[in-house]
Design a protein around this ligand. Structure first.
Ligand SMILES: Cc1cc2nc3c(=O)[nH]c(=O)nc-3n(C[C@H](O)[C@H](O)[C@H](O)COP(=O)(O)OP(=O)(O)OC[C@H]3O[C@@H](n4cnc5c(N)ncnc54)[C@H](O)[C@@H]3O)c2cc1C
Length: 414
């Protein structure tokens, strides 16, 4: 019997996790990983630390150069343009074709760009190359020149970028946000106001309920962004962080909504074709809606399940309340379960930290921690437990969540 040919398109966290899972299940199959970024696998979520100068290149790479050879993964650099399910082959932009027995599409997403009159080449922030271009525009011969940076889009990515630029030493930064507050959907209005005060204290221009309508450039002058509110802002760097769009090659008959639709085994509607990560959406039975995949952890989980399935082994999806922890502007945050919405809300705050805990029908439902992570994992593990007997103290850092869950969780969240 011939050995199976596994092909993965996409060298991000979803593709990489799938590759490792395939190798765990099948040491002999032929495993090919195709990616169109020049680098080996890197941590996209570490780019802001790199930009800020907190991480060297080596800390951004997620695998050693020897990794691919050690796992007998054939790495192909190139862009896949078409998949032909009826023939079980795919085509690359350079004309090469490749057969597969089991295929994973883990092609992630690209930055969305809104057209703005007068702005021809906006920077975006999705890849390491994008981060290099941002840095190159603000530095000359390795030294920072006093640039003025405008960020359009005050979601998580825009805030993360603003924090990195502050750390780089950029003195004039404007963040333009269409709605009344920044950080949606991680922050609610209360938490956002807390963060916005902090940003304004750093002299950052926050333009809320606003957008850039057009850009003008006089010969030899710095370009000027014109906002709906009438504000004008001269800039050296204009970065759009206004959302992402899933990417995928052309595949006839593939079910696609706001991403490739997959089931709980990461299977698409085509036999032998799986998908995982930011290029997908999954059905949420609780809301009866399809929801796009957007986080590193979900990409890793889907990739693991897909890799197992491709190699003939059932790996069940880890299901647990929503978890995401990162940096928002310059503050650590953890979004646990469902912290926003109706219910009883308990708050704790001080100038550098903010904690919100939500209880619904007497049960812990979610929490948002900012600048203060004490007891984070135990609190996360306690979601769903009855806490009606407590009051305000459940938002305080010293609340003994470990006692409630009966275990010291440390940072173990898988
Ligand atoms: C700056 C930044 C910070 C982030 N921080 C966080 C965070 O703190 N927490 C969090 O949960 N998430 C974070 N994210 C989001 C997270 O990085 C993504 O959810 C995750 O990387 C998605 O992984 P993926 O494997 O699905 O896709 P990707 O990482 O996008 O990888 C897909 C790969 O496929 C390649 N590709 C695409 N199409 C083709 C094709 N046709 N042929 C060949 N190759 C192709 C792409 O070039 C890319 O290399 C952040 C994202 C950014 C940009």
């Amino acid at each position: 019997m011939s050995v199976p040919r596994y092909v993965i398109i996409g060298n991000g966290v979803a593709g990489m996790t799938a590759a490792q899972e395939i190798r765990r299940a099948d040491p002999d199959g032929v495993l090919t990983l195709i990616g169109d970024e020049a680098e080996r696998y890197y941590y996209r979520a570490s780019l802001s630390e790199w930009l800020a100068g907190d991480n060297a290149d080596e800390a951004v790479y997620g695998r050693t150069p020897a990794f691919y050879a050690d796992l007998q993964i054939k790495k192909v650099n190139g862009l896949v343009t078409h998949v032909h399910p009826e023939r079980q082959t795919l085509t690359l932009q350079n004309g090469d074709t490749l057969p597969y027995d089991q295929l994973l599409i883990a092609t992630g997403a690209k930055a969305r760009i809104v057209p703005i009159k007068g702005l021809n080449h906006p920077n975006v922030y999705r890849t390491w190359q994008d981060a290099r271009e941002i840095k190159a525009q603000l530095t000359r011969e390795g030294e920072l020149h006093q640039g003025r940076a405008l960020i359009l889009g005050g979601g998580i990515l825009g805030l993360e970028l603003a924090g990195a630029l502050v750390k780089m030493g950029i003195q004039k930064i404007a963040l333009v946000q269409r709605s009344a507050f920044v950080g949606k959907p991680i922050l609610d209005q209360h938490a956002a106001k807390w963060l916005q005060r902090r940003m304004r204290a750093d002299d950052l221009d926050l333009l809320l309920n606003d957008t850039v309508t057009h850009v003008t450039t006089e010969a030899g002058e710095t370009p000027i962004a014109h906002c709906k509110s009438g504000t004008t802002w001269a800039f050296d760097l204009f970065v759009q962080t206004v959302g992402i769009l899933p990417r995928y090659p052309e595949i006839a008959g593939l079910k696609i909504g706001r991403g490739i639709q997959i089931d709980e085994h990461s299977r698409t509607n085509h036999p032998n074709i799986y998908a995982a990560g930011d290029c997908t959406e999954t059905h949420n039975p609780a809301t009866s809606r399809w929801q796009p995949t957007r986080t590193w952890l979900d990409g890793a989980r889907q990739g693991r399940v897909a890799g197992g399935g491709m190699a003939g082994r059932t790996v069940s999806m880890t299901t647990s309340p929503y978890f995401n922890a990162s940096i928002i502007y310059d503050v650590f945050y953890a979004y646990l379960g469902a912290p926003h919405g109706a219910g009883e809300i308990y708050l704790w705050q001080e100038p550098g930290a903010y904690r919100k805990v939500r209880v619904v029908d007497g049960k812990l439902t979610g929490a948002l921690l900012m600048g203060q992570r004490h007891g984070m994992m135990a609190l996360y593990k306690a979601i769903g437990q009855p806490v009606a007997q407590y009051g305000d103290e459940i938002a305080a850092p010293e609340f003994p969540w470990n006692d409630l869950t009966g275990k010291d969780w440390g940072y173990d969240f898988y």
